[in-house]
Design a protein around this ligand. Structure first.
Ligand code: GDP
Length: 479
């Protein structure tokens, strides 16, 4: 916070000797290479009619949270919706995405080859909609687990000849938990056994009551294979977007989320960023987790070089020091030095947090939180070997709610404990309860990384006992 005499003279566009003589009259003996502290500089500048301000490059105070500030309502303008296609395997997620892309290739784009950057921008009558390319919920959940809620709308694909399946249920629960709008695409309508009414009936069992049945869930019959109903589906997406009024402020330093990242042999680290706030520009200094850099090149989903990207727009960027984590946020900062500094701090913080996370979410920790009143909800994910057990377990556990603690079952299903279950539990601060099922190796590792507790039981009674004890504050260590 000091300035050289000659630099100050330069800034005020006056002669150095003039400045020195002024300093002398003020009792400061100085030569042109002398450093003036902030107060002296302020005083002397004032003498010449200038106003000195301390530049806000205080690196120490720059942290990621402060970069992601909320915008004022009046600065927000409409942005395109971001859509994810989800559903059970083989119900037609990929086909639906392809159908959407193909119907909407405009003449000017037709020549360009779609690049796989993890998301694509579709034009519908001059309005943009952004689709995340990775169908399925793994990517979606992984991002949510990292706190990134980047989707506005879920297109839930359900095969009309099949029905609601385990992954459909997961998709519903994930979307609901994330507060994402759901549009149901009843697919494979061309097939012999297609029965949309049965699908609608099943949807109601999961709290999704179709509009034509008096509810507010939009359902659209489609055939991805025959390219039927796709326009209607897109119309519905636009309608939901219009109702929800998705907005962002394009006039600020950009904040986005990494949706894909890899190391390219020739180009070095490449990452796809979905811009969420502000406008990302060529030359911006950026930081994402422990990675920093300066944007050397930027491409859109058609592989075209672009100079900037507004909110909701996915772009691939080059110029990062390393490969960032997908799901991590990326922030624009004043300069590269600040970016490096923050990245370093994040690295230190990550080390500390890793230690802390191990202690998260155990029944014991939960019991402590209940005791000190900081937890009011006990969230559970339940997996069982047979369907019949789910209801029995759920009902008994839900009954354990009392005035202080509410038991919530955020997801239940048949089958082994999956990575997706763990990620869901992690984002919802839940504990996983398994009956006669075990986590797989991947899920087990994920649970360890995320600090999620998995408790497996053979007898319902034991589980109820454990939870009851936790709630009543009498948890004894039974392992
Ligand atoms: P995903 O696993 O959900 O991504 O499903 P895919 O898009 O890969 O589709 C699974 C299978 O269903 C493929 O063999 C598709 O050709 C078929 N399929 C997808 N949509 C339709 C459709 O509308 N009608 C018919 N008859 N088959 C479809």
């Amino acid at each position: 916070k000091s300035i050289l005499v000659r630099d100050l003279a330069d800034k005020m566009k006056i002669n150095t000797t003039e400045l020195i003589s002024k300093l002398i009259t003020l009792g400061v003996m100085a030569n042109q290479n002398q450093e003036l502290d902030f107060d002296t500089a302020l005083l002397i500048a004032d003498e010449f009619g200038f106003n000195v301000k301390l530049k806000e490059t205080n690196v120490i105070d720059n942290n990621l949270e402060s970069l992601d500030y909320e915008d004022k309502e009046e600065d927000l303008i409409p942005r395109p919706p971001v859509v994810t296609v989800m559903g059970h395997v083989d119900h037609g997620k990929t086909s639906t995405l392809d159908a959407i892309r193909n119907t909407r290739v405009t003449k000017s784009e037709a020549g360009g080859i779609t690049q796989h950057i993890g998301a694509s921008t579709i034009n519908i009558n001059g309005q943009k909609v952004v689709f995340l390319d990775t169908p399925g919920h793994e990517a979606f959940t992984a991002m949510r687990a990292r706190g990134a809620n980047i989707t506005d709308i879920t297109v839930l694909v359900v095969a009309a000849d099949d029905g609601i399946m385990p992954q459909t249920v997961e998709a519903i629960n994930h979307s609901k938990n994330a507060g994402v709008e759901i549009i149901v695409a009843i697919n494979k309508m061309d097939k012999e056994g297609a029965n949309p009414d049965r699908i609608k009936q099943e949807l109601t069992e999961y709290g999704l009551v179709p509009e034509d049945w008096g509810g507010d869930t939009i359902t659209v019959p489609i055939s991805a294979k025959k390219n039927e109903g796709i326009d209607e589906l897109l119309e519905m997406i636009l309608m939901v977007a219009e109702m929800q009024e998705y907005k962002a402020n394009p006039n600020r330093k950009a904040v986005g989320t990494i949706i894909e990242a890899k190391l390219d042999k020739g180009k070095g680290p490449v990452a796809t960023v979905l811009v969420q706030k502000g406008t990302l520009k060529f030359g911006d200094a950026v930081v994402s987790g422990c990675v920093s850099g300066k944007i050397r090149a930027m491409f859109d989903d058609k592989g075209k070089s672009v100079k900037k990207a507004k909110p909701s727009i996915p772009v691939q960027i080059l110029g990062l020091s390393d490969v960032p984590e997908s799901g991590d946020k990326i922030y624009v900062v004043d300069d590269e030095k600040i970016a490096r500094n923050i990245a370093q701090k994040e690295q230190d913080k990550a080390k500390e947090e890793k230690v802390k996370k191990q202690e998260n979410l155990s029944l014991d920790a939960l019991f402590d939180s209940i005791k000190d009143g900081s937890v009011k909800d006990l969230n559970l994910v339940i997996k069982t070997d047979v369907k019949g057990t789910i209801d029995a377990v759920a009902n008994s556990l839900l009954k354990l709610s009392n005035e202080e603690v509410k038991v919530n079952i955020i997801h239940s299903g048949v089958g082994g404990i999956s990575e997706s279950d763990v990620l869901l539990a992690s984002t919802s601060n839940a504990i996983i309860i398994g009956f006669n099922v075990r986590p797989g190796v991947v899920a087990e590792k994920a649970a360890k990384d995320q600090g999620v507790e998995i408790k497996t039981y053979r007898v319902i009674y034991d589980a109820i006992d454990d939870i009851k004890n936790a709630i009543n504050g009498m948890l004894k260590p039974v392992y």
